[in-house]
Design a protein. Structure first.
Lengths: 184, 174
């Protein structure tokens, strides 16, 4: 098993187990240092960034919105956590030499062609729907899928099941059975 | 301080997501097409290890849980909507940012869409709060509470199911 920082990949079991340890350490360290347990999660940050963006145009409007008030538009632990994901992935990709510019992923290209504009529109629409859904469900695969299930919460398990069912059914409809030339 | 800890945790998380190859569109959609179980291997292992660690620390009184409320209607509708959008975008909120970092530039449009989706949700929230979010609201419940069991037998069952899945995935080359 090659766990060099320069390896192109680590086994998903090993990387996953380390994420499990990281999640526990995060809760312990934040409990000790800032007296608030921080469980991993990402989607609320999109709400806060959207709040900041809207504030530029209409600060009063954002201040009056009940959801922004509830989630508090602020630069908090989670926002820096999401920034960190970018930094960490960049470091790992550079060290492992797996950084690759991709405008259209192969499975998408097989079904919808090589236009990067079509792909951009698809990615955008998918993004709108998925974040709306995540906020309605109360979390994303990080907050519900990882953190919720680690705590054996009912909401985490249910959300994960419906995420997966929604994804599997849609993907089958959208991409067919996956294409013949598709490989790992 | 809060932000510094968040940044460090995020860097480690992003590093592990990238090394585990779960940031990729091909891996996420590959799972949805049931052809490649990388993201499930990653996620289930993380949950199993985390579950044991969280409940060990909780039993020792070191930490508090932070359980999200169960709103049945919202979780079912929101979960399915998430899955629908996830299949089109090929990224979830956490992985989109990491995917952009490893050069998948189309993830940028997914991130932009997510910000718009977040803004739309904030608009819809007052309405949803009075409707969907009231359907089947059970509060912050956990499986041990609902089943009237200690967390440990549940953890053992989850671990056994996970390991059985892993053996099957490896046998099938998924």
């Amino acid at each position: 098993m090659n766990l060099s920082l320069f390896a192109s990949r680590w086994s998903p079991y090993v990387a996953g187990a380390m994420v499990g340890i990281l999640a526990v350490l995060s809760v312990v360290v934040t409990t000790v240092v800032i007296d608030k347990p921080k469980y991993l999660g990402a989607s609320t940050t999109f709400v806060r960034v959207a709040g900041y963006a809207e504030k530029v145009i209409a600060a009063d409007y954002v201040a009056e919105n009940t959801y922004f008030a509830k989630k508090k538009v602020k630069v908090d632990w989670q926002m820096l956590f999401v920034v960190g994901i970018f930094v960490g992935a960049l470091i790992s990709a550079r060290l492992g030499k797996t950084h690759k510019i991709e405008k259209v992923p192969p499975i998408w290209e097989q079904r919808f062609g090589s236009s990067s504009v079509v792909r951009a529109i698809g990615a955008f629409i998918g993004g709108v729907i998925l974040l709306f859904g995540a906020r309605l469900a109360g979390g994303c695969p990080s907050g519900h899928g990882l953190s919720g299930n680690m705590q054996l919460s009912v909401s985490g398990l249910l959300a994960l099941v419906f995420f997966l069912v929604g994804g599997i059914v849609t993907a089958r409809f959208l991409y067919g059975s996956g294409g013949q030339s598709w490989n790992k | 301080m809060e932000q510094v800890i968040g940044l460090i945790t995020g860097i480690l998380f992003g590093f592990l997501l990238q090394k585990g190859e779960v940031l990729r569109f091909e891996k996420q959609v590959g799972f949805m097409l049931l052809k490649d179980m990388t993201i499930i291997k990653f996620m289930l292992t993380a949950v199993i290890v985390g579950m044991v660690g969280i409940y060990a620390c909780y039993s020792l009184g070191w930490i508090a849980l932070s359980v999200k409320a169960t709103h049945l209607g919202a979780i079912i509708i929101g979960g399915l909507l998430f899955g629908f959008g996830w299949a089109i975008a090929g990224y979830c909120p956490g992985t989109s940012v990491g995917a952009l970092a490893e050069g998948r530039v189309h993830a940028f449009w997914a991130i932009l869409g997510m910000l718009v989706g977040a803004g739309l949700y904030a608009e819809a929230f007052p309405f949803l709060q009075k409707t969907v979010l009231t359907w089947g609201a059970y509060g912050k419940i956990t499986l041990p509470q609902v089943l009237g069991l200690s967390p440990w037998p549940i953890a053992v069952v989850f671990t056994l199911i996970g390991v059985a899945c892993f053996i099957w995935f490896e046998k099938k080359g998924l």
